[in-house]
Design a protein around this ligand. Structure first.
Ligand code: ZN
Length: 315
């Protein structure tokens, strides 16, 4: 099996073939076993302070909001993993404006801060909920005729009552790559980020190109380096708001760097040993602002660098 990083390994069976069965969905919402995760401003309700966990609540607690039409999404059926029970249905609800019952001790925590502390797989469920609720909040009108649309298919579609168009949640593919040349690899430092934080180069896939072409284009545009062979490593959902990170190694054919000043403050070649040391510091959370550093393990860039610096070759 492939490597799975934070926001991957979703343990829910999405039962997509049953989303249109409103009778089945209503039955799940009447089941005392069913659990609901509320998010407000895209931040989940949590329980506990020392080790916060997602606050999965019985559906009865949210009955009024559900009946009142609050955005509600069927996330899937648990399969016993991530401590979510076996066969139990899970929903997400947008709790914007909802009164929280006084006996619910809730703290809203930003997904990026919370995710690394969750059980494996649970962050993936949170990513699913966050991306979908965000999409609904920003796609309330028909892109074809401008009429207000309504949520259908248990939250997996928006339908236009006027022109009959269907609109589906989008996922934006982003290629992220480590260009390597022998024992060295290319990292960039973003203009928008302070300090000495380096990372893999990355960019959105554009219409009319393959993933491999997007990898070569991004490295050439951002650093002026030409690439040849490209090898897929792993993917990662990135719910800010709805990207799919697609990780690659790329074989650099040239060395000279010409930085695109709009995107990067700097790009540099690092040796395998240097990157291995940066990975170790990032994994330990011991950032030294004066030295080049890498993203924490929440990010796929960390793992691409870790895998290459610990001996992955085979481009
Ligand atoms: Zn329409």
């Amino acid at each position: 099996m492939e490597d799975v990083y934070c926001f991957g390994g979703n343990p829910l069976d999405r039962a997509s073939e049953r989303r249109d069965d409103s009778g089945w969905i209503a039955k799940l919402l009447g089941d005392a076993e069913t659990r609901v995760l509320a998010l407000r401003d895209l931040k989940p309700f949590t329980r506990g302070t020392a080790a916060p966990a997602l606050d999965w609540q019985p559906v009865a607690q949210w009955r009024d909001q559900i009946d009142g039409g609050a955005p509600l999404i069927f996330l899937g059926l648990a399969d016993g993993r991530a401590g979510l029970g076996d066969g139990r249905a899970h929903f997400a609800i947008d709790a914007a404006g909802a009164d929280v019952a006084p006996d619910i001790d809730t703290e809203l925590i930003d997904v990026r801060a919370l995710a690394p502390t969750l059980a494996p797989g649970e962050a993936a469920v949170l990513a699913e909920a966050r991306s979908l609720l965000d999409w609904h909040a920003r796609h309330r009108f028909c892109a074809q005729c401008g009429s207000p649309t309504r949520m259908t298919s248990a939250g997996w579609k928006r339908s236009c009552p006027d022109c009959r168009a269907s609109h589906f949640p989008r996922t934006d593919p982003v290629v992220i790559m480590l260009a390597v040349r022998g024992e060295r690899a290319l990292l960039g430092r973003n203009r928008r980020r302070a300090g000495a934080r380096f990372s893999c180069l990355a960019g959105f896939v554009e219409p009319g190109e393959t993933l491999e072409e997007a990898v070569r284009r991004e490295v050439r545009e951002e650093a002026g380096v030409r690439c040849g062979r490209v090898r897929y490593l792993a993917g990662q959902p990135w719910p800010f708001p709805s990207s799919l990170m697609i990780g690659f190694l790329a074989e650099a054919l040239t060395e000279e760097i010409t930085v695109d000043a709009e995107e990067l403050a700097e790009a540099r070649w690092f040796s395998r040993d240097e990157i291995r040391e940066m990975v170790a510091r990032a994994a330990a959370g011991s950032d030294d602002p004066a030295r080049p550093s890498l993203p924490a393990p929440i990010a796929i860039a960390h793992h691409i660098c870790r895998r290459w610096s610990s001996g992955l070759d085979g481009l």
